[in-house]
Design a binder for this molecule. Sequence first.
Ligand code: ADP
Ligand code: MG
Ligand code: ZN
Length: 417
Amino acid sequence: PPDIEQAKQARLAEVFGFDRFRPGQQEVVDSILAGVPTLAVMPTGAGKSLCYQLPALVKGGLSIVVSPLIALMDDQVNALKLQGVAAEAIHSGKPREENVAIWRRVAAGEVRLLYLAPERLLTERMLAALSRFSLGLVAVDEAHCISQWGHSFRNEYLGLGRLRELFPGLPLVAMTATADRATRDDIVERLFGGQARVFVSGFDRPNIFIGVEDKKDPARQIESYVRARPGMAGIIYRISRKKVDETAERLSAAGIRALPYHAGMSPEARAANQETFLAEDGVVMVATVAFGMGIDKSDVRYVLHADAPGTLESYYQEIGRAGRDGQPAEALLLYSAGDIATRRRFLDEEPSPPERKMVEARRLDAMVGFCEAVTCRRAVLLGYFGERARACGACDVCRDPPKVIDASREAQLVLRL
Ligand code: ADP
Ligand code: MG
Ligand code: ZN
């Protein structure tokens, strides 16, 4: 309807100060406003909050946002308040009187968005109190916490499946940055009872050139790669602490400012190296997966995976640390079938349930599929997340397509013999 359309555009500009939606946002907003159970999968920083905040404001009344961490709630509430939105959070990090005062405002109809942890929302008292409101929507942020396939499973999230029965007909929406199929299917099953429209978008990082090379002599390959990019900040990922130390030493010996980072180092040494990487120009960080969470350095020019990660999720997250400034950046992976075999062996030896092993094995298969791709590497990566790639041109396969063997012609020749 045109009035909703207008309300939407007006809120986008007036409340959030944006002149347009980012890729994927509008579809999600429309789906929520249409009352469809909606799961939105977008990477970190893509703008998931707006996808439920805007519909909540358009609908009016009180809406609930479920969030797993106090820090996340406070950040969002503060941002909304600055934009003039009546948002509040009730959580255990506040004195009781403050929570009580906030609840009074909620009860008086003065609050549009109320942030709660799942365990607080699901108390019988809260549910009874909320049943007196006509709620706009319930949004579950960081929805992967409901999945045991994710690394951040939260027992309290499991209970959120009850929301469907507790608030029948109420728009239920979920947001996550964790995109693989197993996790996504799990969210749809547990939270939505199997029925939800799933949107995936915003994963493309067109300024990052993606490449894969055969791993032959990694020490030499790493050194020549880094030497060819003097003065540039880069991250080199290695699978083990030992390899991190070896690589950092070798690069240092070659006169390159390379620093190690792994969980075997003292917290002080790690913090010091991270600080140097952030503060100085052109430092190369050699690290295990322990490095990178929450690192915000805009001018990382390359991410070199000297060992293949176990999943495309990790790979995507790690290469995403390059080129945050939007300037050209590169991601190179050194691939060896032996590395994958090692990972498979570890997986076999892991004392985890067979179901879990199967999921992990499939994730590894997808990694191999990406490394051995003969079609656009970006299309394979985004396809894994369920997003369609637009024109690429910025991957090794697109730049240098493999010689195509015309199978039908060969077959004809063979048949003629
Ligand atoms: P996510 O939850 O997906 O990690 P956020 O919702 O925190 O991301 O948003 C990330 C940043 O993007 C915020 O600073 C937000 O203001 C900004 N943002 C969101 N939507 C838009 C838009 N349509 N135009 C410009 N900036 C936007
Ligand atoms: Mg978010
Ligand atoms: Zn391509």
